[in-house]
Design a protein around this ligand. Structure first.
Ligand code: DX5
Length: 220
């Protein structure tokens, strides 16, 4: 069984000092850092793009993943690869040609990820598993941090885990949204092995390193 990976979202970070924030996350022992890219169309919020990610890249000793909550992700894929994202996640709901988009991400030298919103069934990834390095099961409706974990997604997480095992492929199964020391166990038990945390990690009273350790222990 894989070791759980703990990946913070920088959404709650102080964007006025993003380089220092990234260094602090690396010092806290995170496995990767997730950049929640929002275009104000796919989701009702707007965050940052490839230039901000590129500016932060030299400050990080861990990999970057871009979670593209955007319509038409194809147009800017090269920019995220150039910005230093080793993993680029697109939403199945935003891709008319998902198979081609995932293939293009790999052609750019990054690993490919596909995200599904709470309402989207697991079958949408059935025919692209060979093109996918990571599946992200959203456990909130995307757009904002600090929302409540949607436990009703857990049966879908379990189904996705079975699909991955039946395919015999090495695909990471990631969850994002409302992950805390209290909700991570249910997501892990359902079959997730990569955990995104934003607001809970940033608010943890003993600091980020303790939060990372707490999540690792609760996910095991
Ligand atoms: C939603 C974002 C958030 C973020 C994590 O669009 O993707 O899920 O990464 O936020 P928390 O951990 O605060 O739910």
């Amino acid at each position: 069984v894989r070791q759980p990976l703990i990946v913070p979202s920088v959404l709650p970070a102080d964007f006025a000092r993003i380089g220092k924030e990234v260094r602090e996350l690396c010092e806290a022992g995170v496995d990767r850092i997730q950049w929640d890219v929002m275009d104000g169309v796919f989701v009702p919020n707007l965050t940052f793009g490839p230039d901000v990610i590129a500016a932060a890249r030299p400050h990080s000793s861990v990999g970057f993943e871009a979670h593209l909550m955007v319509v038409n992700p194809d147009e800017l894929l090269p920019r995220y690869a150039d910005a230093g994202c080793d993993l680029i996640i697109v939403h199945a709901e935003a891709c008319t040609h998902l198979h081609r988009t995932l293939h293009r991400i790999r052609e750019l030298g990054a690993r490919s990820g596909v995200a599904v919103n709470p309402h989207t069934g697991p079958e949408v990834v059935q025919h692209v598993l060979e093109e996918t390095d990571l599946i992200l099961a959203m456990t909130v409706n995307p757009g904002f941090g600090g929302q409540a974990y949607i436990a009703a997604v857990e049966p879908k997480i379990a189904r996705l885990r079975r699909m991955i095992e039946e395919a015999g492929l090495d695909i990471e199964l990631e969850v994002d949204g409302g992950i805390t020391e209290h909700t991570i166990h249910g997501a892990a038990a359902a079959g997730a092995d990569v955990f995104i945390s934003g607001s809970w990690m940033y608010a943890y009273p003993e600091g980020k390193a303790a939060a990372v350790a707490r999540l690792r222990a609760a996910a095991a």
